[in-house]
Each structure stands twice: as structure tokens, then as C-alpha cells.
Design a protein around this ligand. Structure first.
Ligand code: SF4
Length: 387
């Protein structure tokens, strides 16, 4: 599997907008959303809240004397953003443009569930919004696994939706896949990857199913050897189909890496609006975080000043950056990292052992995980950060 180091991954500034409704709540999902499919869902109220929150944030940052550059990425996530009528999304973009304008070449992504995608909806999105990238949850192409995951779409829905997205002219689109589903075989993991690739997305996210203890399927999850083998085989199939790994769970055609993801992993600044959305800014040598309330009713009552910013300690920022950056293809730019976070990973006590084990490589000023090391990423990052 090719694992080519990049020279540098840019940071930057992006905006995340959380749209908190789904037709059905899938029990494995950790994201905040409410099951609503009827016309009466308070879509307009949420949009009003988001517009007010954007205005409030802009004012708050002005008072703090924090200036942000043009946004390079905007990401509409959820929930299921594609349940929102496009004219309402136009209002959201109107407010973003007013308070946090974006660059002319910004990547603007919208998540969509396959069963909501129609030609008319895609045309309406193109007419009313600047969205130029679509991200769809396929998860699997086996109907019994889709049922296990409580997905409403069928494999045929995903294939049809991918075709419509391409026909509508969205050249840049992602499919999400999940592996290590209870009852899944290794052959099915590979087949899912091959089927996804045959739909010609520019990007494929390949996540392992993780469940919290107590979930009804927790005890049916495949064992660790399946997880490792499933990841290896799936990643190999992705590379074979022309998708390069650029983060442990993310693969893209060359030049089609998700810039919003990259910004997040490399310590970039982002503002998150909408219930449950997180924000992060790097100010005075440490990250500041703000987590919006995960309660729609309370959010709608007061979207502007619900939760305050909290400042990380320098050590928390360094830990956070280690966990995120080490998972990327290029790894950590050691000099830049040390300059920014004040910690030099070359001084980590465990580094010589990890190098000897063949889990990490230091090359061209970057420290990165090897293919073997990727399977142990969390433990390695935790120990690297402990010195
Ligand atoms: S549709 Fe997506 S966001 Fe909604 S509950 Fe299911 S997985 Fe989560």
C-alpha cells in the first residue's frame, strides 16, 4: 500500500453547520439529531437560529479582537441536511456570506442521505446554494447489513443517488462505508469497497463500526482480528481502485482529499454553528473550544449565547494535535509542531522503541505512522504524547 509523505498540509479556516433532523435515528449514530420527517418539522426555526448564531458569533469575535480569514471550507452536516428545503439553506448561506465570507475556490460540502436525493432536489440545491461537493452515507451494499444498521436506504438507492449526483454535475462526491458490522464477512467488506468504487466517487470514507457498551449489538461486534483484517483488506481494495489513504479512515483520488477534514486534522480554525456543533480556534498558543448545546428546544430559545469558549492548556492542545495529525498520511511536521505547540515529539521517551518496532518513521522532518503502526494508532499517539 503506497504511503507517500506530503510536504505539508495546510491549516486554514472553515465553517461547520449542523442541521439536526433525520427521518429515523440509527441506533449506532453518535451525532445529535432528532427523528422528524413531516413537513411540520421546525426547519425554518433552526435556520433562524443558525442565522442568529452566526451574527452573534461574528459580534463576539469582533469584541475579542479575533479576525478570521476568508473561509476555505464550509460543511453542512447533521443529521440529514438534505431534508432541508434548498431555499432555507439559501438563507443560511446568505448569513455565512454576510458574517464569515468564503474564498472563491472554497470547498462547500453537503451531506445527503441517498433516499432523499432526487434530480429536482439536486437542481434546487444548485439554484439556491453554492454547494459543490456531496457526501453520502452508503455504509454497505448488503441489504442485511443495511437492516442491521437501521438504514432506510437500499443498495439500489445509493447506486441511483450516486448516478444522479454525477449527472447533476457534482464532480466531487464522497461515499461513507462502514465495516466490522455484526455478521459481515471479509469478502463482503471487500465487495462493499469495490461496489462503492464502481460508482466513481472522488472520495471514500471507510470507518470501523464502533458501539458503546450496552448497545444491543455490542456483544455481536466482530473480534479484533476481523477488525484488523477487514481494515487491511478494505484499505488494499481502496488503493487498488485508485483511492489513496490520506488519513487512517479516509481515501481519495489524487487532489480530491476533503479540505474540511484536512483543516480539522492539521489544527486549523473552524466555527461550528447549530445545536451540538463544536468550534475550535488557535489563539495565543493554545486551542479554544466552544460546544453548542445538544438540545434543540433550548438552542431555539437562545442560539446566540448558550455555551462559552474554553481555553485548553498548552498540554491539552499538544495532545489533541498529536492524536489528529499522526493519523494523517504526512504525519507530524516536527519543527512546525514544536514551534506551534511547544513540545518536540523527538524528545518522546517511547519514540526509539516505536521506531525499532517499525510502527513510526521519521523522514524529511515528518514523523508518521507506518502501515503496521496505523493499526495501533491510538496507543502509539497516547504514549508519544507522554514524556
Ligand atoms: S441518518 Fe445519519 S445522522 Fe441520522 S441517525 Fe442515521 S447515521 Fe446518524
Amino acid at each position: 500500500m503506497g504511503f507517500v509523505a506530503l510536504c505539508r498540509m495546510p491549516r486554514g479556516f472553515g465553517i461547520y453547520i449542523h442541521l439536526p433532523f433525520c427521518t429515523h435515528r440509527c441506533s449506532y449514530c453518535d451525532f445529535y439529531s432528532l427523528a422528524r420527517k413531516d413537513e411540520a418539522a421546525p426547519y425554518a426555526a433552526v435556520v433562524d437560529g443558525i442565522v442568529a448564531e452566526l451574527a452573534g458569533l461574528s459580534q463576539e469575535l469582533r469584541v475579542k479582537n479575533i479576525r478570521l480569514p476568508l473561509a476555505e471550507t464550509i460543511f453542512l452536516g447533521g443529521g440529514t441536511p438534505s431534508l432541508f428545503p434548498a431555499p432555507l439553506l439559501e438563507q443560511v448561506f446568505g448569513a455565512v456570506e454576510e458574517f464569515f465570507p468564503w474564498a472563491s475556490d472554497a470547498e462547500i460540502t453537503m451531506e445527503a442521505n441517498p433516499e432523499t436525493v432526487t434530480t429536482a432536489y439536486l437542481e434546487s440545491i444548485q439554484k439556491h446554494t453554492p454547494v459543490n461537493r456531496i457526501s453520502m452515507g452508503a455504509q454497505s451494499f448488503e441489504s442485511r447489513h443495511l437492516k442491521t444498521l437501521e438504514r432506510l436506504c437500499t443498495a439500489e438507492d445509493v447506486k441511483r443517488a450516486a448516478g444522479l449526483v454525477r449527472q447533476a454535475g457534482f464532480e466531487n462526491f464522497n461515499l461513507d462505508l462502514i465495516f466490522a458490522i455484526p455478521g459481515q464477512t471479509l469478502e463482503e467488506v471487500v465487495r462493499d469497497v469495490e461496489t462503492a468504487a464502481s460508482l466513481l466517487p472522488t472520495h471514500i470514507s471507510f470507518y470501523q463500526l464502533t458501539l458503546t457498551p450496552g448497545h444491543k449489538l455490542f456483544s455481536s461486534l466482530p473480534d479484533e482480528s476481523f477488525q484488523v483484517e477487514g481494515y487491511e483488506r478494505g484499505a488494499h481494495a481502496l488503493e487498488k481502485a485508485g483511492y489513496d489513504l490520506y488519513e487512517i479512515s479516509n481515501f481519495a483520488k489524487r487532489g480530491k482529499e476533503c479540505r474540511h477534514n484536512e483543516l480539522y486534522w492539521t489544527g486549523g480554525d473552524f466555527l461550528g454553528v447549530g445545536p451540538s456543533a463544536s468550534s475550535r480556534l488557535f489563539v495565543d498558543g493554545a486551542f479554544m473550544h466552544r460546544k453548542q448545546i445538544s438540545d434543540l428546544a433550548k438552542y431555539l430559545k437562545n442560539p446566540v449565547s448558550t455555551h462559552a469558549w474554553e481555553q485548553n492548556t498548552a498540554q491539552q492542545s499538544f495532545l489533541e494535535a498529536t492524536f489528529l495529525e499522526m493519523r494523517t498520511r504526512s504525519g507530524v511536521d516536527l519543527n512546525d509542531f514544536s514551534h506551534r505547540y511547544g513540545y518536540d515529539l523527538r524528545r518522546s521517551r517511547k519514540l526509539p522503541v516505536f521506531k525499532e518496532q517499525g510502527w513510526v518513521v521519521e523522514e524529511g522532518g515528518f514523523l508518521r505512522l507506518t502501515r503496521q503502526g496505523r493499526l495501533l494508532a491510538d496507543g502509539i499517539c497516547r504514549d508519544l504524547a507522554d514524556y
